[in-house]
Design a protein around this ligand. Sequence first.
Ligand SMILES: Cc1ncc(COP(=O)(O)O)c(C=O)c1O
Length: 463
Amino acid sequence: MTKALDRALFHAKSWLERLDDHAVAADVSLETLRSRFAGPLPARGMALEDVIGSLAERAEGGLLGYAGGRFFAWVAGGSLQSALAADWLVSTWDQNAALYACGPAVAVIEEVAGEWIKELLDLPREASFAFTTGCQLAHLTGLAAARHAQLKKLGWDVEEQGLFDAPKIRVLASDQAHGSIERAVRVLGLGRGAVQRLATNDRGVISAATLERALTAVEGPVIVILNAADLNVGACDPFSQLIPIAHDAGAWVHVDGAFGLIARASRSRRPLLEGVELADSWATDAHKWLNVPFDCGIAIVRDAQAHKSAMTVNAAYIAGNQAARDQIDWNPEWSRRARGVPVYAMLQELGAEGVAAMVDRCCDHCLAIVEGIGALPGAEIVARPVLNQGLVRFSAGGTTREDDRYTDEVLELINATGEAFFSGTTWSGRRAMRVSVVNWRTSENDVRRAVAAAASALASCRR
Ligand SMILES: Cc1ncc(COP(=O)(O)O)c(C=O)c1O
C-alpha cells in the first residue's frame, strides 16, 4: 500500500535536507528535461516505487530552490513544515471540499481557518471569505462581488441579466497594479478598456488628488483597486485617505494584498496598512507570505450577501446544509481541494505572534540584503525596502541602456553561482534586481551568502 508513499517521503526529506547545499537555480536545459521526461505513452505500467523514484531522478537539476532560504525571486513563499505535512494529508484524505456534506471535517477546518485569517489581519469579522487557488482567483471572486453590488444598486441583476446592456462599470487601478487585476476584469466581462490607470507618485502610490480627479471624471458604477504592497517596492496606497474618497463617490474598493496584507499581522509594519480595513474586498495569498504550499489564495468580502450572490450555485442534487458552511457558495470552483487545511496547520504552528515574527524577520533580512548588496562597488540601491521588497541596480559606468544590460548580466551571474536566486524588473524606466524576502527559512547566514554571491559576481565582471 505505501511503497510509493515511502519513496515519496524519502525523496521529499532528501530534498529538504539538501536545501542548504543545493544550487538555488536550475542547471539543466529545456532539451535535457524534455529528453528525460518525453517518450511514447507507456503501454504498460511500471512498479509504483519506480514511478516516484524516476520522477525525482529525472527532475534533478530542474527544480528551483523555492523551499529554501536563498530564493528571492518574484514573490514566492516557502512551506512551513506543518503546512507541507498538512498538504500531504489533504491529498491523502482526498475530500471534495465543495460542500460540508462532501467533506465534513475539512469544511469545518476551512471555516475556522477563514475566521482566524480575518482575526490575524484584523479585517471585519462579518466579512465572508473563500480559499481560492491563488490571488488571481481571489481577485476574480472579490471583483465578482463588486460587480454584483455595484450593478444591483442600479437595479441590474448581473447574475440573471448578464452584462449586455448593463450600465458600464469603470475600474480605476494604479499604474503599478499587478497583471492579475486586468485579467480578472477581462474574465468578468468588463473588458480591458474599462480599466483606467492612475498615475502613482515617486513613492509608487496613488495620491488623494489623483483619485479625486479620476472619480470626478468618470460616470456610472466604479470599482477602485488599491495596492497593499506593489511587487516592486512594496508600496502601500494611503488607504485612510483614499478609501473614504472612493466611498463618497459610491465606488467599491478592492485591495490587492497578495503579500502585503499579511504585514497587518505585525505590530511594527501595521501602520503602513492603516485604513486598509475600510475597503470592501481584499485578495491575498497564503502561498506567499503565510508560507503554505502553492495553490492557496484568500478572498475576503465585507458584503457577504454580494459575495454569495456572485458565487453560489443551485443544482437539484446539492444537499446544502443550513447550519454548516458550504464552500461552493463562496468559491469560483465546484470540486476542490481542501486548501484551507494547510492554512489552519500553519496558524497552529506559528500562532499570531509567530506570523508577526516571520513578517518582521523577512523585512529585516530584505533590508540587510539590499543594504549589503547596495554597498558593493558597482551597485546602487534603487528602492530601500519599506517592507520585504527592495531594488538594487548595477553599473559599469556606462549609459543608462548599457547599465540596464549590465544589471541583467550581473543578476544572471549571481543566479549562476547557485548561492542565491533573484529576478529582475523595470522600475521608473530602468532595469533593477528585485530582492523579495518571503520565506520563513531565510536566516542571517542566508543574507550573508546572498551578499557574498553578489560580491563575487561583481568581482568576476571587473576581471
Ligand atoms: C501584487 C500581486 N498581486 C497578485 C498576484 C497574483 O497572485 P497569484 O500568483 O497567487 O495568483 C501576485 C503574484 O505574484 C502579486 O505579486
